[in-house]
Design a protein. Sequence first.
Length: 328
Amino acid sequence: MKPRILSGIQPTGSLHIGNYLGALSNWVKLQYESEPIFCIVDLHAITLYQEPAELREKIRQTAAVFLAAGIDPAHSSVVVQSTVKEHAELCWLLTCVTPLGWLERMTQFKDKAAKQESIGDGLLQYPVLMAADILLYQANLVPVGEDQTQHLELTRDLAQRFNAIYGETFTMPETRLPAVGARIMGLDDPTKKMSKSTEGSGHAVAILDPPAVIRKKIMRATTDSLPHVDFENMGPGVQNLLTIHQAFTGWSGDQIRRHFQGMRYGDLKKTVADAVVAGLEPVQKKYAEITAEPGYLDRVLAESAARVRPLAAQTVRLVKERMGVYTA
Ligand code: ATP
Ligand code: LTN
């Protein structure tokens, strides 16, 4: 049996090269191994306040970026999470078997909660909803960036706990990280993960940034006080730029070392910027085509939702039966 692949991205801002290298490009590579489902997780996005008009816009933009990056809608389903109501329904059912302590331990929850004056319950429940996304379709492979590994461990723990209490119900999902680019760091601060919601124009390169903007951001990236690349003594900023280059070009570690050893930082940045601009050019071109075609995106989203709903309904029915909840 082919594995079922499922993953998701929050429509919380402009997708950046961390999302591209950590998640999207890996989805594109893996998509023909199975019948994958890729979600725009709008219900996750609202765990922190989103301006409604902006959120509506970002949902469509995120879906268009999935397609522009090479997700093939004839084969893969591109689903807006909130359009398949079973995501929320299964989330509640799973909430009832989730120990509170498991959720309070999540590092993403602790990080995000620390930045809030008042902490919404949704922020705490976030990983349960994510587990519901995955378990709803009995997915066995979840391609994500490194920051999601803890949430996936919780998903497995939850599946195991449910199966132990109510009998074998859920497939155990496996985490799949990309070989290179599982954790791209901020250009302005290479000790912090590149993130959509971090402020600052020098932090992230967006997938849709024009070439001149990409070049400017990379040329200004934080490095260190050394003059040139030294693999024996390399700071995190330089390491991050090399990782970005390697992920975009597909070069081997040896090739990277031979090419960049001793290179001055100015030239390093120029070379990295060229690779990023070249790598994103086809994505940007396709994005323009997709968004120029009226009705196309809505059609893809409607067809995808219709395709996955029967499977979602089947799982929720099974879970309800197992738990003894009324099923008409
Ligand atoms: P937010 O800032 O809103 O939390 P984010 O930029 O962290 O957003 P998510 O929507 O949480 O992005 O993540 C979508 C996917 O991209 C996940 O698979 C995640 O692991 C991956 N990802 C996010 N940031 C990075 C990064 N810096 N490097 C590699 N992968 C990343
Ligand atoms: N929490 C994830 C987004 C996400 C996800 C999922 C990823 C929601 N549901 C299911 C994989 C599988 C994040 O990247 N922040």
